[in-house]
Design a protein around this ligand. Structure first.
Ligand SMILES: Cc1cc2nc3c(=O)[nH]c(=O)nc-3n(C[C@H](O)[C@H](O)[C@H](O)COP(=O)(O)OP(=O)(O)OC[C@H]3O[C@@H](n4cnc5c(N)ncnc54)[C@H](O)[C@@H]3O)c2cc1C
Length: 501
């Protein structure tokens, strides 16, 4: 399998020919893009926002707010006038895409909280805010996927196809109060008081929470908004693994290690190679002892480790998909062939929608990781009413569901402080926000660095030193995801009977 560079120069052309096609280019059965579903003539029910599958809420909402509901249509996208719109049989009420909480002029007394991203951190924030603020907050959660793909279960789904269905959760039933809604849409830009959406009218906010997470290369991703295409992707990997004699795992972070361990468990005859760009597996936010322990285990289990080297795949975002045999060239100039490559080379923050917005992208977003810089209150660029939580912020250290949850709690508390200070300004003229307690020194240092970068004459300094939590509980790489997946289903108020691993 391992050959010298000289012997393979003639194969470089072949290597190039075998680069992966991005998933979007492969033949697709159908697209379930929200654009199409919102605007297609026959798809009113599918187009809908999740909350409207709850019929009682739908009828209550329509009855109570008919007067406030205006309409928009395909024509409005095309810039036609309002009389033409109202006569258009293809019109949808804005209730389907723009309920009253989103209208600039409606309900001015309630505080409009908009959350971008309906995965773990977005849903945690939505629920905490609803519990804490009740009717004082009108919450709108925006998510483009009809069913949210739980990336944390992707490696389990690769090795056990019966688990795949449990990796999709619908945010339909997250809210208790009928004025809070979930919209199936995508934010494309942030302006001072509203979001520009991929489709339909703008969505106004008083407070914005960015919870858009990260994008990974396949297989830890959803290649399409249609869950069946994501399931197909996982199945294709499973079939390819079953037929492979040699598998390369690219990236020795927690996802890569989890994938190696699963390969050892489920396919003991497959020859496994792991390539990682550091001198030891995992990252520096894991204790050295633990890294050594994992590394020894892999070596003793006959995993071939290529350390301090990396695969030259940076310009191929979806490298490894579709699954097939490919040559790999490393930065040190070696060439290898593997029947299958599983790309666990990391992720980047979903922050492109900040480009062209009123926030200064260069200042707010880390150029390499695309993660959003936040201060100790999880605010972006010191804006009191814009927060970034979960995987999308640039706080260093291990990203986890627990961390997302703890950040959602802090933001919910800060939003209740904001609401109180805006409704009773005299009682609380200088609101003191709650700090998120960093879960490690690494996390603390990254926040302090962010604060130093944005502090200038226009922003006041911070009065107190930021303290990190005294104990750092790192999560060991685990193959047992059952409890976590069950907890996530509970968070979404959905039942899940199929998790077993
Ligand atoms: C392989 C793997 C294994 C893991 N294992 C564990 C584990 O064992 N334990 C643990 O605690 N954590 C684990 N994690 C981490 C955990 O999954 C994340 O910390 C958690 O998912 C973070 O959630 P999030 O909501 O911040 O982001 P994401 O889960 O990334 O969700 C972001 C959401 O935002 C939406 N979105 C993106 N852009 C837009 C836009 N412009 N408009 C609207 N919506 C948008 C996306 O569709 C998505 O639903 C694992 C992660 C991976 C990848």
């Amino acid at each position: 399998m391992l050959k010298s560079k000289d012997n393979f120069l003639s194969l470089k052309q072949r290597l190039d020919n075998q680069r992966a096609e991005p998933p979007s280019k492969r033949p697709q059965k159908k697209s379930s893009g929200y654009n199409q579903s919102v605007f297609s003539e026959n798809n009113a029910s599918r187009s809908s926002i999740f909350s409207f599958s709850n019929k009682s809420f739908f009828s209550n909402f329509i009855n109570s707010s008919k007067k406030e509901i205006s309409s928009f249509s395909l024509k409005s996208k095309l810039g036609l006038n309002s009389s033409q719109k109202s006569n258009d049989s293809r019109s949808f009420t804005t209730a389907l895409s723009s309920p009253r909480s989103l209208q600039k002029s409606s309900i001015t007394l309630s505080h409009k909280v908009v959350i971008i991203g309906g995965s773990i951190s977005g849903v945690c924030a939505a629920k905490y805010i609803e519990d804490r603020c009740s009717s004082a907050a009108l919450i709108t959660l925006i998510e483009p996927q009809s069913k949210v793909f739980l990336k944390l279960g992707a490696p389990s789904g690769l090795f056990d196809s019966t688990l795949i269905q449990s990796l999709f959760v619908s945010p339909t039933s997250i809210f208790k109060l009928p004025h809070n809604v979930v919209l199936r849409n995508k934010a494309v830009s942030i302006q001072q008081d509203h979001l520009v959406m991929s489709i339909g009218p703008p969505i106004y906010f008083d407070t914005l929470i960015i919870a858009t997470g990260c994008s990974f290369p396949p297989p830890v991703c959803y290649p399409d908004l249609d869950p069946s295409l994501t399931s197909n992707m996982l199945l294709r990997y499973f079939q390819a693994i079953s037929k492979s004699k040699s598998v390369l795992v690219i990236g020795g972070g927690p996802t890569g290690i989890e994938t190696c361990l699963r390969l050892l468990n489920d396919f003991p005859k497959v020859s496994v190679t792991l390539i990682h760009d550091q001198k030891m597996v995992l990252h520096d936010y894991y204790p050295e002892q633990y890294r050594k322990k994992v590394q020894s285990y892999l070596i003793n289990s006959n995993v071939k480790l290529i350390l301090n080297d990396s695969a030259n795949i940076r310009s191929f975002a979806n490298f490894g998909y579709p699954p097939k045999g490919r040559w790999i060239e490393t930065t040190s100039g070696k060439m290898y062939f593997f029947d299958l490559q599983i790309n666990c080379s990391g992720c980047h923050g979903n922050s492109d929608f900040i480009k062209g917005s009123f926030l200064d992208y260069e200042r707010v977003v880390d150029p390499v990781s695309k993660l959003i810089k936040v201060n100790r209150y999880l605010q972006v660029d010191q804006h009191q009413n814009i927060f970034a939580i979960g995987d999308v912020n640039n706080i260093a250290g291990l990203k986890s569901a627990d961390r997302a949850k703890s950040q959602a709690q802090v933001v919910a508390k800060n939003i209740s402080i904001l609401i109180r200070s805006s409704t009773q300004p005299s009682s609380n003229p200088n609101p003191r926000f709650l700090e998120w307690t960093p879960d490690s020194n690494l996390a603390r240092d990254s926040i302090v660095l962010n604060e130093k970068q944005v502090q200038g004459e226009e922003y006041p300094g911070f009065e107190t030193e930021l303290e990190a939590s005294s104990s750092y509980h790192f999560h060991e790489v685990s193959l047992r995801k059952t409890d976590l997946i069950k907890k996530v289903h509970k968070l979404y108020n959905t039942s899940n009977t199929k998790t077993k691993k």
